[in-house]
Write a protein that binds this ligand. Sequence first.
Ligand code: 2AM
Ligand code: CA
Length: 271
Amino acid sequence: MNFSEDLTIALKAARNAADVIRQLSINHRNLDIRYKGRNDIVTEADLEAEKVIINTIREHTDGDSFLAEETEGGNELTDARTWIIDPIDGTTNFAHGFPIYCVSIALYENKEAKTAVILEVNSNEEFYAEKGKGAFLNGEPIKVSPNNNPSASLITTGFPFRNMELLEDYIELLKELLQRVQGMRRPGSAAYDLCCVASGRCEGFYEYGLAPWDVAAGSLIVREAGGKITDWLGGQNWLFGRRLIAGNKGVHDFLLKEIKDHFKKVHLSNG
Ligand code: 2AM
Ligand code: CA
């Protein structure tokens, strides 16, 4: 497979960031932690890693735009080439030394994902995809799970941590799923959840309260692995719409129906 120069740049940036994160994780109990909001933290590792990613990309490109969690936030995308970056997806895990956290880098152009890399720092797994070229894990092609049967499926989600307005509906849905599926997991990094869908480690994933940098790369990796991504109404407003469902087709459609049935307030909240 002939990959683009952009993928090489994204991989180099992700590896450089992972080096910085690993270095700082040695002493994670002494990290300088700041609160951006309730339960929403940023560490010096997030800031350093983001700097390294942007500098690496700038060394190899000219005039590209950035949408990055810590320094270049925003809530819209133009048609320009835009790198959407989460230096650490799973910062709460990182700050506790709990081993699932990822560097996530995506390149969008004309509002469409072209290239995506997610590197899980502890396992050193590199998930990546380019539009129309398939999805890969450490160089090997990956595909979503062929198991479309909800009762034999493993489902990941993220617990609500900021917007508690939808909490009751969330718990009702969880209650239902715990009785209908084989197992539920909460890894703590949406980027990683999407990689698990893409590589068939789980059959589906859903969450609300998501930021564009949590899902920009993972959604391309899922689609290139043959999976389906929608928002909670079955539409395509998932990059800025904060709510996403991913899965193989059968389990995605099952989750969409369950969410529609249980989230009575889904139209009323923007969390
Ligand atoms: P972050 O580590 O980049 O902030 C979805 O669960 C996303 O919400 C996570 O990927 C995580 O991304 C973010 N998040 C922020 N604060 C969180 C918290 N207290 N618990 C879980 N996820 C949190
Ligand atoms: Ca982050």
